[in-house]
Write a protein that binds this ligand. Structure first.
Ligand code: FAD
Length: 408
């Protein structure tokens, strides 16, 4: 077996890039994929449009036990490098407020150009074989699948995390790494919807608002996000919700975790109070319910009035100061008690993974096993929504591929 044989385990975003970089450097590359096609998850990204990176890339869009781990990799292969890499493959970018998509708005285009390159470079792709374990003897890896055995001088573990298992990433990479001595930081679903306790959700499902969400654990503010909030029949979704979800790691009891929704974050409480006073004085003949039409989504009005202990049919001219203050409070500090998150089959990214303590940040080589490399979501790093997770996959695929082929 030659010294430049590399086996890449997992043909998702990061494994495809790693395979391409190794093959371009002249390595003999075998790519093993458990599904019947490569990059199935790429097709689902960005609602089928693939938000492949973000021009506002900075390390503070990443989380994990050691978030600074990302710095070296992102410095070595940044957004510009990513755009150039994809331009060279044929992807012309469309940039919308920092969010980068292929100009055709088709995720399938991203997968196709990667697949063309893998084929052109004659990477040997093995489909529908799941790697169960990897062992190392005399400087040689043996890769055991459910059907066969393969040998390689270097191994790149690109199995992804545990999110959306029907798209391929079923968490099996963790076992492979643990058997080789690596430590797993317990994985949780991330970028996922929140389940909440309240009887009104069924009535307001489908309503979208632009507001802010503040997440509290035992009354301590953990995270605040601005953006779209979508009410669903079980709780909350929308980008702002997904962004705070990584901080909820268990099913919760006793109202320990709550989110505070601000439906009008542009207005301070006293300004909103003045606005209501003005509105009520201008149209004293309206009921509370009628007076809120045009200010907030109609479907939310009955709930806001009820939670404020108001009577929807009461004329605003009769309204007490107390109820008006309650309305302001409800609009600015709508409290929702969280009971948990949705499951793996709806989470866009995995929180946790293989500990980055045991991986060299500059090369992505294992500190425990020489010639073993890690890419993408299998590591304990998760990015914000907005192209940051795919950027992590591209950057780590590139660096691991380069490191594996630069080293004898
Ligand atoms: C619905 C959805 C939408 C998303 N949208 C975006 C977006 O728009 N922008 C963004 O930045 N991020 C997005 N993400 C996140 C992003 O897709 C992932 O972070 C990224 O694909 C991770 O790349 P990866 O190579 O680490 O893992 P994956 O892409 O998950 O690939 C892992 C591959 O390894 C294979 N595999 C796993 N175990 C084995 C094994 N034991 N043997 C052989 N093969 C194995 C799997 O079948 C899979 O093909 C989205 C995720 C989802 C689920």
């Amino acid at each position: 077996m030659g010294k430049n044989t590399v086996t890449v385990i997992g043909g998702g975003a990061s494994g495809l890039v790693a395979s391409i970089i190794c093959a371009r450097a002249g390595a003999k590359v075998t790519l093993i994929e458990r599904m019947n096609q490569l990059g199935k998850k790429i097709l689902a990204t960005g609602n089928g449009k693939c938000n492949l990176t973000n021009t506002n890339l900075t390390p503070n869009h990443y989380n994990g036990n050691q978030p600074k781990f990302v710095i070296s990799t992102l410095n070595q292969f940044n957004v510009e490098d990513t755009l150039n890499f994809f331009k060279d493959l044929g992807i012309y970018p469309r940039i919308d407020n920092g969010y980068v998509y292929p100009y055709s708005n088709q995720a399938s285009a991203v997968l196709e150009v990667l697949q063309y390159e893998v084929d052109r470079l004659k990477v040997k792709v093995i489909y529908e074989e799941e790697v169960n374990s990897v062992t190392k003897n005399n400087n040689q890896f043996m890769i055991h699948t459910n059907k066969s055995k393969y040998y390689a001088h270097k191994v790149i573990l690109s199995t992804g995390g545990q999110s959306y298992p029907n798209l391929g990433s079923n968490g099996s990479g963790y076992k492979i790494a643990e058997q080789l001595g690596h430590t797993l930081v317990k994985p949780y679903p991330g970028l996922v919807q929140l389940k909440a306790k309240a009887d009104y959700f069924k009535r307001i499902k489908g309503v979208r608002v632009n507001g802010s969400l503040s997440l509290y654990n035992d009354n301590r503010l953990v995270k605040k996000e601005y953006g779209e909030i979508l009410f669903t029949d079980y709780g909350l979704s929308g980008i702002a919700t997904l962004q705070i979800s990584r901080f909820i790691k268990e099913n919760i009891k006793d109202n320990k975790i709550k989110v505070c929704l601000d439906l009008m974050p542009e207005l301070e409480e006293d300004v909103l109070d003045q606005l209501l006073i003005q509105r009520f004085e201008q149209m004293p003949y309206k009921t509370i319910e009628q007076s809120l039409v045009g200010l907030i989504n109609n479907k939310l009005i009955p709930i806001i009035i009820k939670e404020s202990k108001g009577n929807p049919n009461e004329k605003v001219s009769q309204l007490s100061k107390n109820i008006r203050h309650n309305l302001v409070k409800q609009l600015k500090e709508w409290i929702v008690y969280i009971t948990g998150t949705n499951n793996w089959d709806q989470s866009q990214v995995t929180v946790g993974g293989i500990s980055t303590d045991e991986i060299h940040p500059n090369t992505l080589e294992s500190k425990l096993i020489e010639h073993l490399y890690f890419t993408g979501e299998v590591m304990d790093i998760d990015g914000d929504c907005g192209g940051y997770n795919l950027q992590w996959a591209w950057s780590t695929g590139y660096i691991a591929g380069l490191s594996a082929t630069n080293k004898n």
